[in-house]
Design a protein around this ligand. Sequence first.
Ligand SMILES: [Zn+2]
Length: 311
Amino acid sequence: VRNRFLQDRTAAEIDRQVAKILRGLGNPKPPLHLEDARALLDLDLQYYSSSDDGALREFIHNLRVAGKQIVLRPTILLDAIKRFDLHALYLPDRKRILLDEAQPEIKQRWNQAHEIIHSIVPWHEELSLGDNRSTLSQGCYEQLEAEANYGAGRLLFLLDLFDQFARETKPQIEAIKQLAVIFGNTITNTLWRYVERSEYILFEIVSPHPYYLPPTFDPTNPCKYFIRSRSFAKMFPDTNERDLFQIISAYCDRRRAGPVGSGEIRLHDANRDAHIFACESFSNSYEMLTLGVYQSKYSPSVKVPHTMRVA
Ligand SMILES: [Zn+2]
């Protein structure tokens, strides 16, 4: 999956909605307490279990019995959860967020913020649940999800406050980890926002550790996320995550957790000129995060250990 940038107008409108919440909370210091945001918006929170089908059915049944327009067909929630592999939902009629209790806590924080955004973006409400949701086209669904994820990042990282912190933070995983602590979010999410909002030429890859590939590993699609800054995407439009994973793997060692290696790599831009990136990889023991930082144009006199050719 690659990050995609929203249209400026859409992003600005979502920022405006997030700013309203933060103002309502008195422009809080990080980390943001989501229960405060929920209280401000009068949103309720409830957990469900997606692994225990019976409990979910029971829950849906209760919702239906409780009436209103939420569930016209008793299985619609279940269908939506299965079809989209949902780990969170927002029920507009009840102003209620539902979270999958099987998800780890730090992921629930993200999911909750994501659903809060669904609840505050005016054009999401009419599309968020009910028959509309189940008939939503894939493209439209993905667009809404991209918007909710963008807004979740803006909310959890307190809009421009993160940008201010990020500008004073070197593009190094160790330094960016400090930002994760300050804002109370995962390192993966923090690195993602850092790269996406940077004016520099950066990329991030989230992949398995090359020495500990899971049984589900697909060599044709080895990376979970390939996050590019705007300038990277513009300058290196042809760089793909499959090639990147291969060259990054060359410098990785067998350490399961913590830093697993670093190295300089060579990438070709759209004009086929070669450039050097400094890369470092870090394992959080179930995923590997790699940050690539632009160094300079490649000159043949400089020796680079790991090189890549774009076909
Ligand atoms: Zn969503």
